[in-house]
Design a protein around this ligand. Structure first.
Ligand code: NAP
Length: 313
């Protein structure tokens, strides 16, 4: 059982590597610079000494990806840039997301990999401006690429094009490919650097902005996402796309929950009402057997981790 995980040192990928190692998998993890201290946590995972091999690989360097994927039965393609704020140059996101995914899939065909799991996003589903209010979005929904371009939402565009092209590549190359589309990923971190989605929660706790919008948050716990990735990899019945969202909560209720659990933080002072967000269904994944923890547990474990790492000071 030998698998490759791209971007192994990232927030979601680190939890996946931990889960795979705990189940006895041998993991080829790709990182851009194996000597960087920010990957130290990977070497400390249970079974890492015997079963984790780190490969230096950039998504845009095909040869480096081929070396990492060689000999693997499965590939989890998790790596993709996730910026904390808007980026002006679309290519910064599009190239690694789209060309990078193509490189991983080509290398997987070359290595005769049995199944590839690609991490997409709700960003590849949700950007549909004329979607009827309140109607549930499922895996048949695709973000409107033209709308992503006109609103200059390059992250959403990068995930939409990358996933669409991945599914097309798989069908023309007879590659067994499953995609997962998580919502906002939260929970305790294994890595020492703060990733973009954890920063959303950290900023709420620190009251970085006095006023926030009452947006709808579609949350998944990072540990439940790791379980979802393994489930769609191991379950023969899995196919196509899977939305991975466990809780829908608006910002006001999320702050209320955090205040109950942790009353002493500097929460935003005012909340502005905005149009209600979209509603999604993770029924397809639940029918496959996916279960998830409560949002209270996610928040408690995330905040306790931030406290222990002194990230809220
Ligand atoms: N966080 C969320 O809320 C969220 C929601 C939906 C979907 N997703 C998707 O989930 C996946 C993981 O996200 P995350 O939150 O775990 O983000 P993260 O912690 O920022 O991890 C992203 C990873 O991508 C790697 N990467 C970026 N550009 C690369 C390149 N050119 N070559 C090689 N590696 C590259 C980074 O490597 P380095 O360590 O070298 O920088 C990092 O390991 C992404 O595909 C993201 O789009 C995230």
């Amino acid at each position: 059982m030998r698998v490759c995980v791209t971007g192994a040192g990232g927030f979601a990928a680190s939890w996946l590597v931990k889960l795979l190692l705990s189940k006895g998998y041998i993991v080829h993890g790709t990182v851009r610079d194996p000597s960087d201290e920010k990957y130290a946590h990977l070497k400390e995972l249970e079974n890492a000494t015997q079963n984790l091999i780190l490969y230096k690989a950039d998504l845009l360097d095909y040869v480096s990806i081929v070396s990492a994927v060689a000999g693997c039965e499965g590939v989890f393609h998790v790596a993709s840039p996730v910026p904390p704020s808007k980026v002006p140059d679309p290519e910064v996101l599009l190239e690694p997301a789209v060309t990078g995914t193509k490189n991983v899939l080509k290398a997987s065909v070359e290595a005769k990999v049995k199944r590839v799991v690609v991490v997409s996003s709700i960003a590849a589903i949700s950007m549909k401006p004329d979607w009827p209010k309140g109607e549930v979005m499922d895996e048949s929904c695709w973000s409107d690429e033209l709308y992503c371009r006109t609103t200059e939402n390059w992250y959403c565009l990068s995930k939409t094009v990358a996933e669409r092209e991945a599914l097309n590549f798989a069908s023309t190359n007879a590659l067994d490919l499953v995609t997962v589309c998580p919502g906002l990923i939260l929970g305790p971190m294994l890595q020492s650097t703060i990733n973009a989605s954890s920063l959303v929660l950290i900023n709420l706790l620190k009251g970085t902005r006095e006023t926030v919008e009452n947006t709808t948050r579609n949350i998944v716990d990072v540990r439940d996402l790791a379980e979802a990735m393994l489930l769609v990899y191991e379950n023969k019945e899995a196919s196509g796309r899977y939305i991975v969202i466990s809780h829908v909560i608006n910002t006001r209720d999320l702050i209320g929950l955090l205040k109950r659990l942790f009353p002493n933080y500097n929460y935003p002072k005012s909340i502005v009402e905005v149009e209600e967000g979209k509603v999604y269904s993770s029924k397809k994944l639940q029918l496959l057997g996916w279960e998830f923890r409560s949002v209270e547990e996610t928040m408690k474990d995330a905040v306790e981790y931030y406290q222990s790492a002194h990230l809220l000071e």
